[in-house]
Design a protein around this ligand. Structure first.
Ligand code: 8YV
Length: 333
């Protein structure tokens, strides 16, 4: 065991903790809020921090003067102060790749469920309303032959595109830069955001939350969509103006929404979204399968071990901090 210390938070099974404990002194907190004093004390001594749903502010970093690396068990890191970590030379790693297919499954699940009204109709059967042959009141909409517009064509966007093509859909996408290889291989076409919104029967959001994508979809963008179209959000809640979305769903500006993420999570009890018949609402389970969550934790442990051993981690997010650690620059104190 080397002398470094790690604070581990949530989502780490005994076999992941064992791997860390073979190398480091580990303080594990299933829920840091249950013992904030002990958590703070452990962070004060920690060289590494690993976990899911990490709450880290610049103040947290002030309390962790020895911190060298943070390994988030997620692909998204919009909850972490990356600029501040860069300044201090604190390496950040995430868990891309291992969750791509599962998250794409979630996107497609929402697309199918919303188009065919899965939740509404299973409730209809469960509540004993199926007493005669179904009529148009229970009809949904086709998925095959329709156009899917992907906002974001990263790993997850591409995995959804492959599914959509398998279902006989046409695929359009927006992305900061064109993806010529992907276009020629799969026959998908790039559009500007407004054109994509207007052409698509399903719009699926897969962009990370950044200052550029925050509230990307508001009332004006929703009005660009067809009244028959469905919005799927598996990205982050704050990519969409939720009040504008609720209004658009109530007024028939769009036909429905399949949502895994929300502006506030867990979703506040007074949110109208889960009670709307044209909404399928999941509780942020994009990557939540046994296999994928295990692979994400394993990946984060690998990354943290590499970073604390002075090896460039496989899933390094902030090259700036890594360069500082290698002595190419001066660390903020
Ligand atoms: C995470 C996710 O599990 O990886 C992501 O970015 O959205 C989820 O899969 C969640 O953010 C908690 O860490």
């Amino acid at each position: 065991m080397n002398s470094k210390r790690v604070v581990a938070v949530r989502r780490l099974k005994p076999w992941h903790l064992d791997r860390l404990q073979e190398r480091f002194h580990v303080d594990y907190f299933e829920e840091p809020d249950h013992d904030p004093m002990a958590y703070r004390e452990a962070l004060h001594k920690a060289h590494g921090l690993i976990g899911g749903k990490l709450q880290v502010s610049p103040g947290t970093l002030d309390d962790a003067p020895h911190l060298e690396a943070v390994a988030t068990i997620s692909v998204g890191y919009d909850n972490l102060p990356v600029d501040e970590m860069n300044r201090r030379g604190i390496v950040l790693t995430n868990t891309p790749d291992v969750l791509t297919e599962t998250t794409a499954d979630t996107g497609f699940l929402l697309l199918m469920a919303t188009a065919r009204r899965l939740v509404e109709l299973t409730d209809f059967v469960r509540q004993g309303h199926w007493t005669q042959h179904v009529s148009e009141a229970q009809f949904g909409h086709d998925v095959h032959g329709k156009t899917l517009g992907l906002v974001g064509m990263g790993r997850i966007g591409q995995a959804i595109a492959r599914r959509a093509l398998g279902f006989g859909m046409q695929v359009r996408y927006t992305h900061a830069s064109p993806k010529p290889e992907f276009e020629s291989r799969w026959g998908v076409e790039r559009r500007d955001c407004e054109t994509l919104l207007g052409e698509s029967d399903f719009v699926c959001l897969t962009v990370p939350l950044t200052p550029q994508t925050e509230y990307l979809i508001g009332a004006d963008q929703l009005r660009c969509m067809k009244p028959s179209s469905i919005l799927i959000n598996i990205a982050r809640g704050r990519v969409v103006d939720e009040a504008a979305l609720v209004h658009a769903l109530k007024e028939g500006v769009i036909a429905g929404a399949g949502l895994d993420v929300y502006e506030r999570e867990p979703l506040p009890a007074d949110s109208p979204l889960p009670r709307m018949s044209n909404v399928v609402a999941l509780p942020h389970v994009g990557s939540a399968t046994f296999e994928t969550r295990d692979a994400m934790a394993r990946c984060a442990v690998d990354n943290l071990c590499q970073a604390l051993d002075g090896e460039k981690p496989h899933d390094l997010v902030n090259a700036e901090a890594w360069a500082l650690r290698q002595g190419h620059g001066s660390l903020a104190t």
